[in-house]
Design a protein around this ligand. Sequence first.
Ligand SMILES: Cc1cc2nc3c(=O)[nH]c(=O)nc-3n(C[C@H](O)[C@H](O)[C@H](O)COP(=O)(O)O)c2cc1C
Length: 317
Amino acid sequence: MSRMFRKVILGETVVREFSTVGINDVVGEKVYLQAGDLLIDVTENQWMLGLEPLTFGIWVESNEYKEALGQNTDYTIYFRRTAPEHPRHAGRNALALARLNFFDRIDDEKGTLFLLQVKSSRIFHINSLKARLIYRKFYKKPEVSFEKLKAVATAYSYPRRVRVISFKQGNDYNYIFPMDLLGDIRQSGRYLLGMRHSNQVLTKIMDVKKIVVSEAPASYKQVIYQLGRNHSAAPPSLDQLPFPVITTRQFGFPAPDWVESYKEVTIHKTVDLGSHMLLYGEWTEDAVLKSPTPRLHHIHFLHFLNQKSRKGAYPIV
Ligand SMILES: Cc1cc2nc3c(=O)[nH]c(=O)nc-3n(C[C@H](O)[C@H](O)[C@H](O)COP(=O)(O)O)c2cc1C
């Protein structure tokens, strides 16, 4: 497709999978989960944790919600720009929605994590013909069906924050890399990480059961992406990194000296989600080092096009 055509049809010269945006603490989008007659605002308590199949984690604390989710086996998740006018109208003007199946649950004294897998999804970011056209021209690959594109676009209709992970085993193996399949259950001191099986650091983390998750400024995007290209089997030594590191307080793991805060997480449980492994942990230390600045987030490109058409896009980083 010519550059001119992309510009005229999409208003953009480059089509990508994700847009990287900088957001302060306030995310505008709202997320709701429907289970039977109940519609729950899960905006602050929903995370994407696995990709194949696409798996969401939903955290609930009240007995009413635990029972309602426990009694159902299928659910609908709605991604919206604003709250619905009525609980029965969660699908009206939604950005995207997905039907979900129950997969597993983790019951903890602080709450319950429901793991729900996408069965089908619908997206409304742009006109459906245009979405099909973009899919055929740009996203279609043997491993990317239209269903897959819709599921990923649904999940990234809510900005997913990129954080920097640190791990250390013995004196020689120090590894720093980015992740966005993460959930910080702040109020309950729990942390969720969705890590690909192909990532060689996974088995090491499962042995050591410790990890550090840092919040980093969006302005470090280039460095953060560079860290994603290191090979986990043979990460660079600390003196080869293009920045100095600090040592975390309890675990003594290395973190870039530009991180704004970090949490030291002890892994209590793992659940195999297919392509990814869920690491379920508890954080004991929340060290704040600097004042927060906008953080790096991923949104789907189709969601970005929708925002742009409404002249309400997050700033691109
Ligand atoms: C922005 C960004 C986000 C990422 N998020 C994840 C993630 O959530 N889970 C994961 O397993 N890998 C994620 N990765 C890939 C890991 O960072 C990468 O697999 C890791 O650096 C190991 O390198 P290797 O796969 O070459 O061994 C992400 C990469 C980037 C650049």
